[in-house]
Design a protein around this ligand. Structure first.
Ligand SMILES: [Zn+2]
Length: 566
């Protein structure tokens, strides 16, 4: 490709709307252009990256035994009513009506459609398992689209769905997809971690996320330095804390202290001149099984998903002011476990280890100090009910400690179970000729997001540093002076020769533009081409050219005709 013909409107200045590196650099390198909020054009350089990411995904999915198909974007309301999601999906679902007033949505995921395909086409257990995938445009009406193609309203995804007649078969395919995803992200040249995750809105059972590591990542990843277990902040399991045997012994009795208008942990601990780690935070929740007081250390946060699980509750929400006043006999901000009645008390594992604690006195403008677990109060249940923090003990091995890094979610694999097949009455006939709901798995990769995450992980002050496998071009040939006949002749020959090599056909960018070489090299670095071949007068004297590596900055002089790539 000759750069003089390439549509790559690079920008000298940082665009003001871009908050993250990938957004800024894709705009500056002329890879994407915004059409509307969260809606982007992929210009040729950007689309070459998307194409390469998709190609690797497609090759590995095909190798895994999955079959590619293509489902429509336009999905009728009826199948979404069957799954029950039309009513619960909310405003993120783009809904439209046709001229006959029939309602449709623009697909954000395709569980409904694929389940209807299975219902129509798979009759017998003998046809299972089957894994079907597509690479297609999805729609989600994000409340606040941001970060360029990282969080947008129209985006490209690979989604696949597997159908099984047994849990064992699902487990096997889940493992197959896990291995396939590892191969995909390895081939893309990205550093990543696989973390245990919360299933969220899609529901179902076990799930794992593939996270590309980047300091700028939106999400925290907790990983054990000893056993390698990794999990999102939501689901990182915390090991139990050893309770000191003599907690509370030898302490002065607990006493009430006036804390006028001091309600928050920060206010109270500052006022009492104690650390937040000495405070026992008390939150009142309502569940279908009754009210619950959840206790965590002052510097910790209750993880409602964990609390729900521990309680076996379906419905859990923070109690309103009235309920809190009824239970604690005090206004909001003064709740504590001492003397609390008519409510189940659930304490985090750490709470019994707090010596000399402070907490609300269940009385307006008062707190208690010198509180000891076991002496002044006891919990009905003790367990892991909070978000992990740096240094917490890993639950998996029970000895390693959590370190925290950041990442960007690019893939997610789920064991769905029968959630959709039961609701949509999608069944097959088993060995005994009995109808059974399909057991399902689903597996997604954000294609555009992966490209953006690759930039978040690989860039410097000069621009993008693409991993070789997904760089828009592999090599750039840059003559120092376009009006120098010899340089141009050598450059054109190198361009022509390299282009005949199968692995480089269509992968060589020839910077034939007029202008200063400094400007040209700046553009090539911004775009992130892995290798530059620079043809200048100094090298040519000895029949050599400069070959420079974008990532390391290493430069070597190579004889013309001996230029080689790995
Ligand atoms: Zn561990």
């Amino acid at each position: 490709m000759k750069m003089s013909c390439l549509l790559s409107p690079t920008l000298r200045e940082d665009p003001s709307e871009a908050e993250v590196a990938s957004h800024r650099l894709m705009l500056r390198a002329g890879m994407i252009r915004k059409l509307a909020a969260g809606v982007y054009n992929y210009l040729p350089l950007g689309y070459r990256v998307i194409y390469k990411v998709s190609r690797i995904i497609r090759q590995e999915m095909n190798r895994s035994g999955a079959q590619e198909l293509l489902m429509p974007t336009l999905l009728p309301r009826e199948i979404w009513e069957e799954s029950g999601r039309w009513g619960v999906y909310g405003k993120e679902l783009f809904r439209i009506k046709d001229r006959h007033d029939h309602e449709f949505c623009l697909g954000p995921t395709h569980e409904e459609d694929i389940t209807s395909i299975a219902r129509d086409s798979l009759r017998s257990y003998k046809q299972l398992p089957v894994n079907l995938y597509q690479i297609q445009t999805k729609f989600r009406d994000e409340i606040r689209p941001r970060f360029g193609i990282m969080r947008c309203r129209e985006f490209i995804m690979k989604d696949s769905y597997s159908f099984h007649s047994s849990e064992e078969s699902l487990d096997k395919e889940y493992k197959n997809m896990f291995d396939t995803y590892c191969r995909i992200f390895d081939r893309l040249g990205l550093k990543y971690k696989v973390v245990e995750a919360d299933s969220g809105a899609i529901g179902g059972g076990f799930s794992q996320e593939f996270m590309v590591l980047a300091d700028t990542g939106e999400e925290e990843i907790f990983y054990c330095e000893s056993c390698g277990y990794a999990a999102s902040r939501e689901s990182a399991g915390i090991g139990e804390y050893a309770v000191q045997k003599n907690v509370g012994q030898g302490l002065v009795p607990c006493r009430e202290v006036k804390t006028p208008d001091k309600k928050s942990i920060e206010e109270v601990s500052a006022f009492l001149k104690i650390k937040p780690t000495q405070m026992i935070k008390t939150l009142i929740y309502e569940t279908e099984k009754g009210a619950v007081a959840a206790l965590v250390r002052g510097d910790h946060d209750v993880n409602e998903a964990k609390l729900k699980k521990l309680l076996g509750a379906e419905d859990l929400r923070l109690a309103d002011e009235k309920v809190i006043e009824k239970i604690t006999k005090a206004p909001v901000g003064f709740a504590g476990p001492v003397g609390l009645k008519d409510v189940k008390i659930v304490a985090d594992n750490v709470v019994p280890t707090i010596e000399d604690g402070a907490t609300g006195a269940n009385r307006k403008d008062f707190h208690l100090t010198n509180v000891a677990y076991g002496r002044d109060f006891k919990a009905d249940q003790v367990g892991d009910i909070r978000y992990a923090v740096h240094g917490d003990v890993c639950k998996k091995c029970g000895k390693g400690k959590f370190a925290v890094t950041r990442g960007i979610e690019v893939g997610h694999i789920f064991k769905l179970g029968t959630k959709y097949s039961k609701k949509m009455k999608a069944t097959y006939l088993d060995e005994n000729n009995k109808e059974q709901p399909f057991i399902m798995g689903c597996y997604g990769i954000g294609v555009g997001r992966t490209a953006a995450a690759a930039i978040e992980q690989n860039h410097d002050k000069d621009g993008i540093i693409w991993p070789e496998a997904i760089a828009p071009f592999k090599v750039a040939v840059v003559p120092v002076n376009n009006s120098d006949e010899e340089q141009m002749k050598v450059a054109e020959k190198i361009y022509a020769d390299l282009s005949t090599k199968p692995e480089l056909t269509g992968e060589v960018l020839f910077d034939d533009r007029d202008g200063r070489v400094g400007v040209k090299l700046k553009d090539i670095d911004l775009i992130g081409i892995p290798t530059k071949i620079i043809i200048g007068p100094k090298g040519l004297k000895d029949g050599k050219v400069e070959v420079k590596d974008r990532k390391t900055g290493n430069m070597r002089l190579v004889e013309i005709g001996r230029i080689q790539f790995q």
